[in-house]
Design a protein around this ligand. Structure first.
Ligand SMILES: [Zn+2]
Length: 99
């Protein structure tokens, strides 16, 4: 006979209490690995306030940083870069380096 008898009740599994943070609200610095509030980085012109790392920015973001709003006009958007080394010339260069 046991003096103390405790009925075993199954323990409830702890429910996961994860705080859901909207994706994209925080950003990790590639240099100092700090987690930084994205708006803080945006207000600092895409520069890490902790270490000064420059985050990559798109062309549109760079243009908005440089010029006044609504004043940018793109000219000659149909132009594309060309490869000045023609394929035949590249072949000659390869032959030159082989021999
Ligand atoms: Zn940093």
């Amino acid at each position: 006979m046991a003096w103390f008898k405790k009925e075993k009740t199954p323990k409830e599994m702890p429910t996961e209490k994860k705080v859901k943070i909207p994706e994209g609200l925080w950003i990790k610095c590639n240099s100092c690995k700090e987690i930084i509030y994205r708006k803080e980085v945006d207000n600092n012109h895409k520069v890490c306030p902790k270490c000064g790392y420059h985050f990559p920015i798109s062309v549109e973001e760079r243009i908005t940083q440089l010029v006044d709003e609504g004043t940018f006009k793109e000219f000659d958007s149909h132009l594309a870069p060309e490869d000045p080394l023609e394929p035949a010339l590249l072949r000659d260069i390869r032959l030159f380096w082989v021999f």
